[in-house]
Design a protein around this ligand. Structure first.
Ligand SMILES: Cc1cc2nc3c(=O)[nH]c(=O)nc-3n(C[C@H](O)[C@H](O)[C@H](O)COP(=O)(O)OP(=O)(O)OC[C@H]3O[C@@H](n4cnc5c(N)ncnc54)[C@H](O)[C@@H]3O)c2cc1C
Length: 458
């Protein structure tokens, strides 16, 4: 992209970031910080190591536009209002979507240690819980959002809302015009951090995905809710257990019985079907698999790791015990009774008194109970979006588009979705960080950029 003197005039901003969520704020803060560092290098001061305020203010003009009336809703609702900022170990295997190698490349630029240090520096101390999740010690997501907004203000990032961007138009000589019902702005670089489609009432309704397609990008064929509760068929027994929570293995199985993937964690029975961490984690794998194989199904194992034979043997080892009493060793009574009913077995029988077929049917329910899932709860109940812009269309060293030079992307708009535990925020922090520093660095060659009192920047 051209950044010659003649092209600089008339820009309202050096950088416009679309979306003031986790990725957008991170990207704006780091773009501005990088600009200040660069500025301090070229404007050395004799008395103080830092440039003065009036000097640094001229370093770069960074504007963040967000369509929502309230900034940072998703940060505030995250982790049940406590905001699970990251996880103590983050690996590419914790994500789906684009290739693990591509995801790793971005994650490695801003590690969990970097994340902890970044928030510490903002005055947000993080604590690690037994699950490996990291939360602010205040247990209050406002601490995280306020710190990010304050960090942005500290480097003169100009956050404006509610300004929804409806078009992004590349300019002939470089740069972009972004526009909406509110008017328009011309910027040298644009970072599209508009999220995916999850929780549309927060402002992330997928418009960004439409905008980016008009700029030459593709979006994955399927863009579906991820980390979303699953709806069971109307009469399914799981609904009768609403409110019950327990640890289980939840797995996706192909039509031929092949296990596609599984998660073992806590799960929750609800009035509509299934929820809880293990179910949320598996939801995208079931629904994505169904786009290829409509008969892919869900199974629950209340004896994780056990085969049908092992479950049957375990039942038979009960000797004189009633089958209900045997089941209660592993299961809550409500579930035990429901499974017995499902297998057509009276609860006062001993396993040896039960005919073989029925006993094996019970063993099957224990280690692989099929649940007829008729759908998911949709984007309004999804924590994240599966699908988006493929990482193969991005320069991963910079998060700049390979299709549209000068356009950067970060966060959930990209085809990367993590499991429960802070992984989605870590992706937003890492990709936002890379986009932020790279946008500023790319402007560095401009003779007008980073000049004190440069009127073209105003
Ligand atoms: C209920 C819930 C709980 C969650 N809990 C956690 C958690 O504890 N830990 C975790 O890691 N992840 C969690 N997530 C996921 C996490 O919040 C997201 O992955 C992350 O916020 C994505 O950040 P983002 O900046 O890419 O997108 P978003 O947070 O979606 O931000 C995008 C922003 O862009 C704005 N925008 C969109 N389109 C336009 C437009 N055209 N013009 C202007 N502005 C626009 C939106 O208003 C929004 O503010 C949770 C999600 C939900 C819904």
């Amino acid at each position: 992209m051209s950044d010659q003197v003649g092209n600089s005039a008339g820009f309202d901003a050096d950088i416009v970031v679309i979306g003031a969520g986790a990725a957008g704020l991170m990207s704006a803060i780091h773009a501005a910080r990088t600009a200040r560092q660069e500025f301090a290098k070229i404007i050395p001061t004799t008395d103080t190591p830092k440039a003065t305020d009036s000097q640094t203010q001229t370093a770069a003009r960074i504007v963040v536009l967000d369509g929502a009336p309230r900034i940072g809703i998703k940060i505030l609702v995250a982790g049940g209002g406590r905001c699970n900022v990251t996880h103590h170990v983050v690996r590419e295997q914790d994500y789906a979507g684009s290739t693990p190698a591509a995801i790793r490349r971005v994650l490695s630029r801003f590690t969990v240690a970097d994340c902890v240090a970044f928030f510490n520096q903002l005055g947000v101390e993080l604590k690690q819980e037994d699950t490996g999740k990291l939360f602010p010690v205040t247990d209050d997501a406002h601490t995280v959002l306020n710190a990010l907004l304050q960090a942005a203000r500290a480097v003169d990032v100009d956050i404006r809302s509610p300004l929804r961007v409806q078009t992004i138009t590349p300019l002939v000589d470089g740069g972009f015009e972004v526009a909406g019902a509110w008017g328009s702005l011309r910027a040298r670089r644009v970072a599209l951090c508009s999220g995916g489609k999850s929780l549309p009432k927060s402002g992330s309704d997928g418009l960004g995905l439409e905008l980016v397609q008009k700029l030459g990008h593709s979006v994955t064929e399927h863009v579906i809710p991820s980390l979303v509760p699953l709806v069971a068929s109307a009469q399914h027994w799981v609904r009768s257990l609403s409110g019950l929570t327990l640890d289980a293995e939840v797995r996706v199985v192909s039509a031929t019985g092949k296990r596609i993937t599984s998660f073992t964690n806590s799960m929750l029975f609800t009035h509509f079907g299934l929820s809880g961490p293990a179910v949320l984690d598996i939801s995208r794998y079931l629904m994505m698999e169904r786009t290829r194989d409509a008969s892919a199904s869900l199974q629950l194992s209340f004896m994780p790791g056990c085969s049908l034979e092992q479950a049957d043997t375990w039942l038979l080892e009960a000797k004189a015990q009633t089958v209900l009493s045997r089941l209660r060793e592993k299961l809550p009574e409500r579930l035990a009774k429901t499974l017995l009913e499902g297998a057509g077995i009276a609860s006062d029988r001993t396993p040896k008194q039960i005919e073989r077929d029925r006993r094996r049917a019970l063993a099957q329910l224990l280690c692989g109970a099929p649940v007829e899932i008729v759908g998911d709860r949709g984007f309004s109940h999804a924590e994240v979006t599966a699908g988006g812009v493929p990482l193969s269309e991005m320069n991963l060293a910079t998060m700049e588009s390979r299709k549209c030079p000068g356009l950067y992307m970060a966060g959930e708009i990209l085809d990367v979705d993590g499991r429960i535990g802070g992984f989605n925020f870590q992706w937003a922090w890492a990709s936002g960080f890379v986009a932020g520093i790279s946008m500023t660095s790319s402007l560095n060659s401009s003779p007008h950029f980073l000049k004190p009192n440069n009127e073209n920047n105003r």
